[in-house]
Design a protein around this ligand. Structure first.
Ligand code: FE
Length: 207
């Protein structure tokens, strides 16, 4: 996979140092317990995250009737699957799936802040909150997409969806070629969080 979405190691290290200092202070002042942060981290590693979205997308790829239900009533379709969290989790209210196709490419942003469907995608990456990304995503989505490595042909429409507290969008990317006969689990492993934000395509598996 491309490392276009990676960020410098020192950014991670300096953020981690700030977080550790803040955590220690909050524990010292008795505001949080010593395992509070670990509990939250565990939640986003095992309960709410892009592994859920990937399962939803894979099911939509193998089952057209499911895909139709997902696009029509996203919460009900998600509730059909055996996921750790349903639609009631934090930031999971009012999720709506939109599907990429031969005619349309969808891009998800939040112009106001960083609204994002946590149960199916986890926490947003830092650049999702970047004011430049948020502004340019609306004004010149094709240019932004091409900088992410997604060249959308002029014949294909680009739709930009603005997530908010009312609706949190996610994308059902197009199923890549050469995936016939792959298991749902193997298909889910191809689906990246970026592809469900619309800033990447799902790459065909290496032969
Ligand atoms: Fe927001």
């Amino acid at each position: 996979m491309s490392d276009i979405f990676a960020f410098p190691d020192d950014r991670e290290a300096s953020s981690a140092a700030k977080v550790r200092a803040l955590e220690a202070l909050l524990i010292e002042k008795g505001i949080i317990g010593s395992d509070s942060v670990d509990t939250v981290l565990r939640h986003f590693e095992t309960v709410a995250g892009p592994f859920n979205g990937a399962k939803i997308v894979a099911r939509a790829w193998v089952d057209p009737a499911y895909k139709a239900r997902l696009l029509k009533d996203t919460p009900a379709a998600i509730a059909e699957l055996d996921l750790p969290v349903g639609m009631t989790g934090a930031e999971g209210e009012h999720m709506v799936a939109v599907a990429n196709s031969a005619d349309v490419h969808n891009l998800i942003i939040c112009t106001l802040c960083s609204c994002y469907p946590w149960p199916v995608l986890g926490l947003p990456p830092y650049w999702y909150k970047d004011p430049v990304f948020r502004a340019r995503g609306v004004r010149e989505p094709r240019a932004v997409l091409s900088e992410f490595g997604v060249a959308v042909p002029e014949t294909k429409a680009v739709k930009v969806w603005d997530s908010s507290a009312q609706i949190r969008w996610f994308v059902v990317p197009e199923r890549p070629a050469n995936t016939e006969g792959m298991s749902e689990e193997a298909l889910a492993a191809l689906v990246t969080p970026e592809s469900m934000m619309g800033v990447a395509l799902v790459a065909a598996p290496q032969a």
